[in-house]
Write a protein of this length. Structure first.
Length: 263
């Protein structure tokens, strides 16, 4: 699918992977709405990224605010691309010094990372289903393929290599990975594709807050290249997924071949 003139929504778009993705999609000619929490720098980010980027304050778990963001996209162009980058990282052992992990902390992680991702996917898919199929060739030598939309979700290598203290986070991201294939199958008749990216250790605001020695230690665990991934690399994969019609129903690790150790 070609991006020029296409409507796109990016959750968690005010910073990190989401901001990087919004920038790449906007530069390719998409009309982009970045969805992020009201207290985020979303408005400033939208101004910095260009006239074809707008901000919608919303919570991914809230149906009404996500639908409002989708409606905002469709004021300029039909929604054809939805990228979910919003999420939280919760750390805590199942049984720690103060007893068992608080159930509300586990539930909150599942609600934002998994239920929020599904909420965006289902509402975006419903909007895409009303689109006229497009068949513009997106890659040289690739046959024209009728499509209505593409949904890209974000899991994590923690879905497969969860570390000590990551039970909640791994469960939430494992759920995102697990629903990729059934979502793709559900939406195939609507000509909507679904692909998930599972990033490894990436340059994000959360990672930037860690001590330099911790960051260096993590980078040493990555076989090649031995450094953190960047939002630009994540965004480049998003763009390729959108433009390559054969990518569907798959979870792609973007991690430099790292396999996380227990801690």
């Amino acid at each position: 699918m070609q991006l020029n003139g296409t409507g796109a929504i990016v959750t968690g778009g005010a910073s990190g992977l989401g901001r990087g993705t919004a920038a790449v999609l906007a530069a390719a000619g998409a009309e982009v709405v970045i969805l992020d929490l009201p207290g985020s720098p979303g408005e400033q980010t939208a101004r910095e990224l260009g006239d074809n980027v707008r901000f919608a304050p919303a919570d991914v778990t809230d149906e009404a605010s996500v639908q409002a963001a989708i409606d905002l996209v469709q004021e300029r162009a039909p929604l054809r691309v939805a990228v979910s980058c919003a999420g939280i990282a919760t750390a805590g052992r199942t049984v720690g010094r103060e007893g068992p992990l608080a159930l509300d902390a586990f539930e909150r992680t599942i609600r934002i990372n998994l239920i929020g991702t599904f909420n965006v996917a289902r509402l975006a898919a419903a909007a895409m289903a009303a689109n006229e199929p497009v068949t513009a060739q997106s890659l040289p030598g690739v046959p024209e393929t009728a499509e209505r939309g593409v949904i890209v979700n974000t899991a994590s290598v923690a879905a497969f290599d969860g570390q000590i203290g990551q039970a909640a986070y791994s469960a939430s991201k494992g759920g995102v990975a697990a629903m990729t294939l059934p979502l793709a199958r559900d939406l195939s008749k609507l000509l909507v594709r679904v692909v998930t990216i599972a990033p490894g250790i990436m340059q994000t605001p959360m990672m930037a807050g860690m001590p330099p020695e911790v960051q260096a230690s993590l980078e040493e665990q990555i076989p090649h290249p031995s450094r953190m991934g960047t939002p630009a690399e994540y965004a480049a994969l998003v763009r390729h997924i959108v433009e390559n019609p054969l990518l569907n129903g798959e979870t792609i690790r973007l991690d430099g071949a790292i396999r996380m150790q227990p801690k």
